[in-house]
Design a protein around this ligand. Structure first.
Ligand code: R5P
Length: 281
């Protein structure tokens, strides 16, 4: 078995390879003068694990090219972050179900797909090959345990993230709760002030994705106004679009952490172990 990675998933791919004791297939990626992507892999085995997060149009093209380059082997596809999953239905007439379009495209030529904390589980049904997701709640719980906070409250910023927060909290035997969020636009949300309870300790807000940072920043300001001692944010997929990091810091977030499904300076824990275990199963 060899692991082949797209350009933005090299560190995670190397960690998965280390967990599996598998070799890395060197992948060289460059551009033609007109901007088209060129890619070439080194020697492969009978089975190739293709690892690539779907972060942008370029990363989609890289993934499609890499899958095609590996066509002589059986391909297990790992898409740690599946972009476009939030457009999971036709919200207005004439819109695509973008998640379905991506899932169909990525099913071609592969025998199985694994992703991580997909935004909505129903999206998995759009793949035309067996597809499953991993939940990094235990890894998030272990990461929080390592922060050494005393009895942190694990908080979901909205109802949708409440089951994730409960799973994280159960890892450390901590309390958990959720807020009520209304999305006003792509960048802005309204969060209802929390009623009752003790808000004077450390609060760790957990979510699947941080994109613009609007959700977490709004929650953090509200928590500070209600007397929280420290506010921390841990997500699985750290997109940190635009000025998200400065927005989060100015909202008084003490620590920001994400996994390496999207590699960046805030990647402070890894999805590699969970992915390697799923590949062995
Ligand atoms: C939405 O339901 C997701 O779980 C996240 O809460 C959302 O994507 C975060 O986006 P942003 O950081 O832009 O507020």
């Amino acid at each position: 078995m060899k692991i082949a990675c797209t350009g933005r998933s090299r560190a995670l791919g190397a960690r998965i390879a280390e967990h599996l004791g598998a070799g890395l297939a060197e992948t060289r990626i460059s551009r033609f003068p007109d901007g088209e992507i060129y890619l070439q892999t080194g020697p492969l085995d009978e089975t190739t694990v293709v690892v690539g997060s779907l972060l942008s149009s370029d990363s989609l093209v890289e993934l499609l090219l890499l899958i095609d380059a590996c066509h002589r082997s059986e391909i297990l596809l790992v898409v740690p972050y599946l972009g476009y999953a939030r457009q999971d239905r036709e919200f207005k007439p004439g819109e695509p179900v973008s998640a379905r379009a991506m899932a169909r495209a990525l099913s071609s030529g592969v025998s199985r797909v694994i992703t991580v904390n997909i935004h909505k589980e129903a999206v998995l049904s759009h793949f035309t090959v067996p597809a499953s997701q991993l939940n990094l709640a235990p890894e998030v719980g272990d990461f929080i345990a390592g922060l050494g906070l005393s009895s942190p409250l694990i908080l979901a910023p909205d109802r949708g993230a409440a089951p994730f927060a409960a799973a994280v909290a159960s890892r450390g035997g901590w309390e958990c709760d959720h807020l009520e969020k209304t999305r006003l636009s792509g960048e802005e949300v309204r969060i209802e002030p929390r009623k009752g309870g003790d808000w004077t300790g450390d609060v760790v807000i957990v979510d699947d994705i941080i994109s613009t940072g609007g959700t977490i920043a709004t929650a953090a300001r509200m928590l500070h106004a209600q007397g929280a001692k420290g506010v921390h944010a841990v997500c699985v997929h750290g997109l940190f679009a635009g000025n998200a990091l400065s927005l989060l810091r100015s909202a008084g977030i003490d620590q920001i952490a994400a996994s390496d499904t999207i590699e960046g300076p805030e990647s402070r824990y890894s999805a590699a172990g969970a992915i390697a275990r799923a590949l062995i199963r």
